[in-house]
Design a protein around this ligand. Structure first.
Ligand SMILES: Nc1ncnc2c1ncn2[C@@H]1O[C@H](COP(=O)(O)OP(=O)(O)OP(=O)(O)O)[C@@H](O)[C@H]1O
Length: 464
């Protein structure tokens, strides 16, 4: 198995075709499962003769437009530029030429690094809007993430005033748990959408009813793939989706996540189980730094029965612009006993004692879908919020204004820590520091230490 690193992409001024200089430093990795895949990528990429396998330090990186031109329709590039996507992030820089070459791909890059835009640009490069069929499916673990991805996809697909005449319509359907599946049924019967963003459960319901047909699917994206494979409820349906509905050779399959534990094993499984073609490529951006460098990690030890007070003192001294406070899920036993969830108790406590912010919201699984949507849409309206949430908000949710994360309860695993922490530091080119604070008992210190070792970061003690 060859391991190469992509350090940058170059464009020659008269010829807007990508050159990929590979190098052997270890900041960014592209892992080819076999020499054939590397060869295939080199052959498939335009102007492949100009690909060099040496370092190219200090060369100017191309713009997003330069990378996308010739692949992505002009109106999509313009829409992207209008919302400020002009410079590619690391993962976009590395992955887009590979994705445009037709390879299956595992996108493995830090939280907030722009994986969504990378796979959406691939979709727009592949779909044929003349054709009336579902051509791309994006599978997401939660309704919240689904709504967010749908919004970005619709924003990119929107008609551009100047290019309206030459632009064909591309529709994006959100098929998410808690949605109005009956309405979707009529929509699907009338005219299939081009892109479907779905949770696996809702997707399977539609497939069973045979109202949704995926035979023309050209791109299949599985977002937060490690989470999906870890969810015992969904893994069977996910495996079935990956091995059915469209032939592997007609489909490009992309897996995305900031955490893919045992990624070599996963790469092997992808090929063995025929979820991907055998020359699938693992793009691993920043492997030696699993979390964004703009994060500052600290912890506070609390004495028994003083946890709420400690949180209050932290909020008063930090005066955070916008923050998320993560609380552990209520146990089944506690639910059965009829106890009030600690999330609700915390919201009540903060409303009664913290005057620094009047916009305090709650996001947890057991709240109904409409209240969950309302909470998120209210915090999206601007800064200065506190969101008290369980781990439902830890995966994929993009609230770029968040400056502070508080782990009121320690996350259960290092991967959970990584995703919670990654809800901040989500402005790709910003230098601003964001803070992640864990509140723990002295006997829990070793747990956090384990996460530090696993995720290669340092946590400083804060004495209040
Ligand atoms: N090229 C770009 N220029 C500026 N901002 C960008 C660019 N690409 C993405 N972003 C912004 O970066 C933020 C994070 O992007 P995104 O949600 O895709 O991250 P992600 O890699 O999927 O993270 P996670 O693993 O947490 O889901 C978003 O607010 C998005 O608008």
């Amino acid at each position: 198995m060859g391991t190469l690193s992509v350090t940058g992409l170059l464009f020659q001024s008269q010829n807007p075709k990508p050159r990929i200089p590979f190098s052997t430093n270890f900041t960014n990795q592209v892992i080819f499962p076999n020499p054939v895949s590397k060869l295939r990528l080199l052959q498939a990429l335009p102007n492949s003769s100009s690909i060099s396998i040496e370092e190219n330090p200090g060369k100017k990186a191309p713009t997003l437009r330069e990378i996308c031109q010739g692949h992505v329709p002009e109106h999509v590039i313009r829409r992207a530029e209008e919302v400020g996507y002009t410079r590619p992030t690391d993962v976009q820089l590395q992955a887009l030429p590979i994705l445009f070459s037709g390879c299956d791909c595992i996108l493995h890059a830090q939280t907030g690094s722009g994986k969504t835009l990378a796979y959406l640009l691939l979709i727009f490069s592949v779909i044929n809007t003349q054709k009336s069929a579902v051509q791309a499916v994006i599978v997401v673990p939660t309704r919240e993430l689904g709504m967010q991805v749908t919004k970005v996809a619709r924003m990119l697909a929107a008609k551009h005033v100047e290019l309206e005449l030459e632009q064909k319509c591309c529709t994006v359907m959100a098929l998410l748990d808690g949605g109005m599946l009956r309405r979707h049924n009529s929509w699907l019967k009338a005219e299939p959408p081009t892109i479907v963003v779905a949770t696996i459960r809702s997707l399977c319901q539609m497939l069973e009813k045979q109202t949704l047909k995926l035979e023309s699917m050209r791109v299949l994206i599985i977002d937060e793939v490690d989470f999906m494979f870890n969810s015992s409820k969904e893994v069977g349906s996910l495996r079935k989706l990956l091995t059915s509905y469209s032939s592997l050779n007609n489909r490009q399959t992309v897996f995305a996540s900031a955490s893919i534990p045992q990624h070599r094993r996963f790469l092997h499984d992808c090929i063995q189980q025929k979820w991907t073609k055998s020359d699938v490529i693992h793009v691993h951006a920043n492997p030696i730094q699993p979390m964004p460098s703009c994060l500052y990690h600290r912890f506070v030890i609390y004495g028994k029965n003083r946890k709420h007070q400690i949180l209050l003192s932290l909020l008063l001294s930090d005066a955070p612009e916008s923050s998320i406070i993560f609380v552990g899920e209520q146990s089944e036993k506690s639910k059965k006993a009829g106890n009030t969830p600690s999330t609700t108790l915390l919201v009540e406590f903060l409303k009664a004692s913290y005057v620094g912010c009047s916009d305090i919201h709650l996001l947890e699984e057991d709240t109904n879908f409409h209240l969950r949507a309302a909470s998120l849409s209210e915090v999206r309206q601007g800064g200065n919020y506190i969101l008290v949430a369980t781990d439902i908000a830890a995966r994929g949710v993009d609230l770029p204004e968040t400056t502070h994360i508080y782990n009121f309860d320690l996350p259960r695993t290092a991967v959970d820590y990584l995703h919670r922490a990654g809800r901040t530091g989500r402005k790709p080119f910003s230098e601003n520091k964001c803070t992640v604070t864990s509140i723990l008992l002295s006997e829990e210190r070793f747990v956090l230490k384990r996460y530090e070792n696993e995720l290669l970061f340092n946590c400083e003690e804060l004495i209040l």
